[in-house]
Design a protein around this ligand. Sequence first.
Ligand SMILES: NC(=O)c1ccc[n+]([C@@H]2O[C@H](COP(=O)([O-])OP(=O)(O)OC[C@H]3O[C@@H](n4cnc5c(N)ncnc54)[C@H](OP(=O)(O)O)[C@@H]3O)[C@@H](O)[C@H]2O)c1
Length: 243
Amino acid sequence: MKLDKKCIVITGGTSGIGYELAKYLNLDNEVIVISRSTSKLNKLAHELEGLVTFQADLSKLEDIEDVTDAIVKRFESIDVLVNNAAVQYTPTFLDDEFRYENIAHEITLNFTSVCNLTYLLLPALLHNHKAAILNINSGLALAPKTSSSVYCATKGALNIFSQSLRHQLEKTNISVQQVFLELVDTSMTTGRGKNKMSPETAAKHIIHGIEHDIPDHDIGKVKLLRLLLRLAPSIAQNIMKKF
Ligand SMILES: NC(=O)c1ccc[n+]([C@@H]2O[C@H](COP(=O)([O-])OP(=O)(O)OC[C@H]3O[C@@H](n4cnc5c(N)ncnc54)[C@H](OP(=O)(O)O)[C@@H]3O)[C@@H](O)[C@H]2O)c1
């Protein structure tokens, strides 16, 4: 699908990968960004002409219901939904700074909200032209690291959900796609990792994947990870364990 004059909803478009997607796609499309912070949304709307913003805390069901209702009322149809917003808590279950209340928040935002938002926006995505649901996933969905166990599990769940939804929607106009990213240099990974991909590069790969209808799009080192998981699974799992 050529991304030109399309109506595109991006969650978490105020920073990192979502911001780069919004910036680039806003040049030729109608872009709607849903995010939590009003001040960041105002700054974004000021910077990117024509961009439409909606404030919502996607970890809250009532916010998801309100925002999807407002979008459906204002826009006749949607061509692309990018489920991007997520959070990652890094402490292990044994660390003093581990907060058990973060477990529910991380699962709700990273996984449940994607299911709810997708379901509530589905009527606007079902129409006579091509449409896409793109779930932003991670190499950690394929093999977990030691820290961020709940995050890894939400991404694993997102992978299975995406594949099943793809089966459900195969006779419709909607293609369900996933992008599996390597480590990207955003606020989510501040102070961690080396040789990280820039969010600009990640966004360019993601857009290429949507335009070429790639169902499961491995980016950067994830290509190697998937190959290694096939050829030597225990070596791949061990590398990811120490990641
Ligand atoms: N960075 C990486 O290395 C990496 C690797 C693989 C996959 N990913 C995935 O890529 C996606 C984007 O990550 P990123 O690195 O770009 O993260 P980021 O820079 O931390 O951006 C996260 C975005 O999500 C929004 N958000 C957070 N909590 C929210 C909530 N409760 N309701 C609504 N919006 C909320 C944030 O807005 P506010 O600031 O307003 O809260 C922000 O716009 C995520 O799905 C992540 O799992 C990232």
